[in-house]
Write a protein that binds this ligand. Structure first.
Ligand code: ATP
Length: 268
């Protein structure tokens, strides 16, 4: 365990974030703190800037203004550090998996290993990749398969294996259950929770999936009006009385997800 891991500072701190595309202001003074070791769900209407927020945090989008600290390092703002070693400490599962179609699953998982550890023995690198693939519940045979030979759920797992390649402390998941059937989605939720617990991960999870929010998120952050308007447990969010939050969680789908969650709790 290194010094930064023992550091008790939040996993992610975003302050005063501003993002704009032309005249379109996406974020205007957005603040968010993610605690170490939590699964935080990020929700909001379509186009409210959830993915742009994630892209800002992982350095794929340069904000117009604001400060971003990840695992105690300043990534953005006047005092930004240029040493980007922190990038090794997170893994990202993009929407759709974003796998390289011409590489096998194993080779896809090897990509970050090659990038960050170019001198690693190829056989050892392949062995790490195989282990990561199996960690996500895929059969060993999946290592040699190409993305177009996999189902949607398997592709997500393969993308997750690649996100775990560097033993990250922080995992970013952008709509991981989108496009999965309800059983596949529930399995993926359980996998996320198991990995978070066993590997001690902090998880930043963008989702529209109410079941995911109820089943595995410790807290939920809501984006509306270009900011995070509330962060908390689902009961805490509902208690804010904000009309969008009220409609989101107390609408038919929200009530159904809550009922499923309660049924699962009483069966356990
Ligand atoms: N590179 C870009 N250039 C121009 N506009 C962009 C760019 N990236 C995002 N946007 C716009 O910023 C807004 C926020 O996009 P973003 O993808 O973050 O939304 P989102 O909340 O993740 O939406 P969804 O839930 O539909 O995935 C959208 O209106 C989008 O069209």
């Amino acid at each position: 365990m290194n010094a930064d891991t023992r550091d008790e500072s939040p996993a992610i701190e975003v302050e005063g974030l501003v993002n704009r595309f032309g005249d379109f202001l996406v974020h205007d003074g957005l603040d968010l703190t993610v605690r170490r070791g939590e699964i935080i769900g990020v929700v909001g209407g379509s186009g409210t800037g959830k993915s742009v927020l994630m892209r800002s945090i992982i350095g794929l989008q340069t904000p117009e203004a604001g400060r971003i600290r990840v695992l105690g390092r300043n990534l953005c703002g006047e005092d930004a550090e240029t040493d980007l070693v922190v990038r090794e400490r997170w893994g990202v599962l993009f929407q759709g998996g974003a796998l390289f179609s011409t590489l096998t699953v194993g080779e896809n998982v090897e990509v970050p290993l090659k990038q960050f550890y170019p001198d690693l023995d190829p056989a050892f690198r392949a062995e790490i990749a195989r282990y990561k693939v199996m960690l996500t519940g895929l059969p060993e045979s999946a290592v040699q398969k190409y993305p177009n030979e996999l189902s949607g759920g398997m592709k997500k797992r393969a993308g997750l294996a690649r996100a775990l390649a560097l033993d990250p402390e922080l995992l970013f998941l952008d709509e991981p259950t989108a496009g999965l059937d309800p059983i596949g989605a529930a399995k993926f939720d359980r996998l996320t929770r198991e990995l978070q617990e066993t590997l001690g991960l902090t998880v930043f999870l963008i989702t529209h999936d109410l079941d995911t929010l109820y089943e595995i998120c410790d807290r939920v952050a809501v984006i509306a009006d270009r900011r995070i308007i509330a962060v908390g447990t689902i009961p805490e969010l509902i208690a804010t009385g904000h009309p969008w939050i009220e409609e989101y969680f107390n609408g038919p789908r929200g009530r159904s997800a809550h009922a499923t969650h309660l049924a699962g709790e009483s069966a356990a």
